[in-house]
Design a protein around this ligand. Structure first.
Ligand code: ATP
Length: 356
């Protein structure tokens, strides 16, 4: 196991009556990328600002590398913490060249070493030959690469990226996230990415930390968070999940769309909820079937169907683009997950195993 680059212990921060970060403990290992996700207002930016030193915790300890940077008695200023920041709006200095921006944090480095570092970081982000350009002569993606080079130049303990791809259009966003992740990994940088985009978090993070109302809900691998959400809020936030109510029976969970052969360690008759995603649901047109297609969204390679069950519950089903069914078609709905579905009782996950 790599040592920790960052450790937060029982950190809290309130603004008046708003508890923006609540009793939060978290470690990020050296070389690890953590994606911090959660709905708007859940405390993501406040957490980054606490780590960077722009906010002071009300209580708790923050350690960066081997240094305690905040613990009630100590409070190191941002410039003494060894933190690099990359922001959504790039925050480049408009009056400085690209080289001036990248070298900005190296004011104590001798001129020759500074020039070398700037050239090395520009090469790392693929911007050789851009040193003398001004920020207004760059595209959004190029500006973000300059911001990344600037953040990496002083060799920080950790890089904090706050929604760095939000200002880019959809295509550019996907290529930029691949490029930035590749650059961070090539230099084994430790990083925290803040995003409200689940897909981006699943791609970018070695682990994900899911935050809700200032509290950490789950810290796990992308697969762990996606397939085994610890509670209903995580399942809900990770997107395209419908909660289907079922009843525990000796042979599985009985739902409106049939028996799900998962054995649950709860007494028969207990009401539970299953997290069902669009890729778990299969549909087949059949006259007389009680579920009805409400809508088809063309997604290119796939069609996403919205299906209404007799109870009024809506499910989504992902189908190949070759299956075209008009609204109003009666369909049989089958759960074909190929894996145990996440199952919740009173909002919290319970262990579910496939019946043999
Ligand atoms: P978003 O995704 O919308 O950027 P976020 O998860 O980054 O949201 P924060 O900006 O950390 O959320 O805010 C957390 C809570 O703290 C919110 O309720 C916000 O209104 C409040 N808050 C943040 N900064 C301040 C401040 N300086 N003064 C008062 N309240 C604040």
């Amino acid at each position: 196991m790599s040592p920790n680059a960052l450790e937060l212990r029982d950190v809290s921060k309130s603004f008046g009556s708003v508890e923006a970060v609540r009793d939060l403990s978290l470690q990020v290992a050296e070389g690890e990328i953590l994606a911090l996700v959660g709905p708007s207002g859940c405390g993501k930016t406040t957490l980054l600002r606490l780590i960077a030193g722009f906010e002071t915790p009300d209580s708790g300890t923050i350690t960066l590398g081997k240094k305690t940077v905040a613990d009630g008695s100590t409070e190191l200023p941002p410039e003494a913490r060894g933190v690099g920041m990359v922001f959504q709006d790039y925050a480049l200095f408009p009056h400085l060249t690209v080289a001036g921006n990248v070298g900005f944090g190296l004011d104590r480095v001798p001129a020759k070493a500074r020039t070398e570092t700037v050239a090395e970081k520009l090469a790392l982000v693929g911007l050789q030959g851009y040193a003398e350009r001004m920020p207004n002569e760059l595209s959004g993606g190029e500006r973000q690469r300059v911001a990344l080079a600037r953040a990496l130049a002083p060799q920080p303990v950790i890089i904090l990226l706050d929604e760095p791809f939000s200002n880019l259009d959809a295509d550019r966003r996907i290529t930029m996230r691949e490029e930035v992740r590749g650059i961070l990994k090539s230099v084994a940088a430790t990083a925290i990415l803040v995003t409200h985009d689940q897909e981006e978090a699943l791609y970018f993070g070695d682990r994900l930390a899911v935050l809700k109302a200032g509290s950490l809900q789950q810290v796990d691998t992308p697969e762990g968070v996606f397939h085994k959400p610890l509670n209903v809020s995580v399942a809900d936030f990770m997107g395209q999940t419908e909660l289907v109510t079922g009843e525990v029976t000796p042979v599985g969970i009985h739902t409106e769309i049939g028996m799900v052969p998962q054995k649950i360690d709860l007494p028969p008759g207990t009401q539970v909820q299953l997290a069902v995603r669009a890729d778990d649901v299969d549909i087949e047109p059949r006259s007389g079937a009680v579920a009805v297609i409400r809508e088809r969204q063309f997604k290119g390679a796939l069609n996403l169907y919205k299906v209404a069950l007799p109870s009024g519950q809506i499910l989504h089903s992902l189908q190949p683009h070759t299956l075209i069914l008009p609204s109003g078609t009666a369909v049989e709905v089958k759960l074909e997950p190929g894996h145990p579905l996440a199952c919740f009782h009173n909002g919290n996950a319970i262990t579910a195993e496939s019946a043999s």
